[in-house]
Design a protein around this ligand. Sequence first.
Ligand SMILES: Cc1cc2nc3c(=O)[nH]c(=O)nc-3n(C[C@H](O)[C@H](O)[C@H](O)COP(=O)(O)O)c2cc1C
Length: 324
Amino acid sequence: MKTKNLLFLAAPMEGVCGFPWRNAHASCFPGTDFYYSPFLTATASRAFRKREIRDVLPENNGRLHLVPQIMASDPGDFIWAAREMSALGYPEVNLNLGCPSGTVVRKGRGAGFLRDPEALDDFFAEVFSAAGHGEMSEIRISVKTRIGVADPSEGLRLIAVFNRYPISLLTIHPRTLRDGYKGPVHRDIFREMLRQSRNPVCYNGDLRAPEDVGSLLAAFPAEEYPQLTAVMAGRGLVSRPSLFSECRGGARAGREKLREFHREVLGNYRAVIPEEDNVLFKMKELWGMFGEEFPNGKKALKRIRKARRMDEYLAAVNELFSGE
Ligand SMILES: Cc1cc2nc3c(=O)[nH]c(=O)nc-3n(C[C@H](O)[C@H](O)[C@H](O)COP(=O)(O)O)c2cc1C
């Protein structure tokens, strides 16, 4: 696979890819260039939630390169949040234009912002006129977007808006808000947006195995599509954490490596969450995707899901890692 100069990015995954997972992943599986944080909401209150800010504190992300993601629809709120991230030392912030959750969309944020390309244009005009000045002079602004609300061809209207601004990286998940996370990605619209993009582009969606990355790169060869500079994986990287190491020529993680990774994630959660129940909840959320790496472990996975105490949980995990 020709991956020279290609960046490998870990997607923001609310509830799963917080700093405990990220640190364990970065230490066990080298090869991820940047990790995107789950979104921090910027509102008129001009304060982040404690849980959100803790996730992006540099001291909690020492072993990796992090890009904080911001959810906002008001340019002033976004600029405030970007300055806060710049003050923490981050050179890039990412705008979320993809979240399909009802509460977010109703407020015109996330993928809900894509309903109104003119408002988005005004938002960018204000944000980018602040960028490059004062505390915003050092910060790059990247965007993570879907291709529209209902009709994939909305992507063509959106790319015209994005092209008016120096977005440092435009990550495109080629599904509409209505598509959710299922169904085929709209590769044809992605191709057209990629062709037209004046900004560097990252592809995101359904990359689950090295072969998926290989076939993407074969479909969009660097000579013809030089704007494609990065790939991002979310569910694929959670279920198969060695995905990017494999793309770079490494081996697929075997049971012992996965066991070590699990031990690190669990240890990281236990270090920051005092209540055992809450640690179990987080681990079970992870297993929802990570469990796919164990097609023969259905029985043990069921025991993991049902575990009520840490000792039951650990016994089930041990059974999974020791079984066939
Ligand atoms: C549980 C979950 C949480 C997510 N949280 C975020 C988020 O905070 N910000 C964001 O931009 N996308 C979020 N996403 C979307 C992913 O980043 C990604 O775009 C999507 O899953 C498609 O890529 P994949 O097929 O590689 O997973 C989330 C997706 C899932 C399934």
